[in-house]
Ligand binder design. Sequence first.
Ligand code: ADP
Ligand code: TRP
Length: 322
Amino acid sequence: MRSLSGIQPSGRLHLGNYFGAVRQFLALQEQGHECFYFIADYHALTSISDPKTLREATLHLATGYLALGIDPKRTVFFCQSDVPQVAELCWVLNCICPVSLMEKATSYKDKVAKGISASMGLLDYPVLQAADIVIYDSNVVPVGADQRQHLEITRDLAAKFNQVYGQTLVVPEAMIVPEVAVVPGIDGQKMSKSYNNAIEIFQSDKATAKRCGQIVTDSTPLEAPKDPDRCNVFALLKLLASPEELADIAGKYRAGGYGYGQAKGRLAELINQRFAPARQKYAELEKHPDTVADILREGGRKARQVAGATLQRVRSAVGIVT
Ligand code: ADP
Ligand code: TRP
């Protein structure tokens, strides 16, 4: 079974990325899947035009993935741009992709509504993603719920290619874990780099506590009973506390006399505990950017081998004479 996924280097890693995506990557790695995980730097070009920002975000993401447990001995870990075959496959898929399908894509419409310029790259984003996925003959794609439509488009394009040119591409399945499909941010909306509501993974204990202190809560006084199911702090505690502790905290909410401040303090402690080993590893890796670059280069080499074979099948299927 082959799993593949990508994260754009468009900001710093946050709890939504971890619980919605990276944790599943690690679980599949443990289960012995053949894993391909990559940094989607060509996708990030659709929203970032400053080279320094892109470079820094790429290095941060690579260091972060490794610190969180992506093991380059078991997983092919690489940069999308190290596999130019993906851009070639994207072109071939473009030629069977209706423009209307792209214009209707929710993430395209959302990004344009937010002010990102409607470039050809942004419109074509889902086709590049489809190429990313099918070029490695991926079976399973672990992602958050926001990627559901992109996976549907990928499946449509792979199936259409097979219908037009004969069985060539593997049609992949999305893997979306319902409980963590949408991790809320400090304002209760989906946590996202672009909504300025994220809790970053790689920051100090103190900065984490400060950020948790900013989680939006209602104005129920400390003594009054509170509803845990309508609280942004509790929603995040669900991801980090043990079932016993969670039941205990829910009881305290309902009984009254337990303040949001206490819940926020406990949440910060749990985040700091959970990510302490990864933060330590990050600090070590950060001192050796060359090691990180070597790992990506080696991953790129392995990824190109697989991608090259798929592209040969595709070229031959469509009638390109090589
Ligand atoms: P962002 O929204 O912060 O830009 P990305 O689009 O780079 O995040 O997402 C990278 C991965 O993390 C994707 O698989 C995405 O579905 C997942 N992800 C991001 N935010 C969340 C969230 N709040 N809840 C669940 N999964 C998320
Ligand atoms: N669009 C994905 C995101 O924003 C990133 C991505 C690019 C991706 N290529 C992919 C995810 C291939 C899964 C598979 O999160």
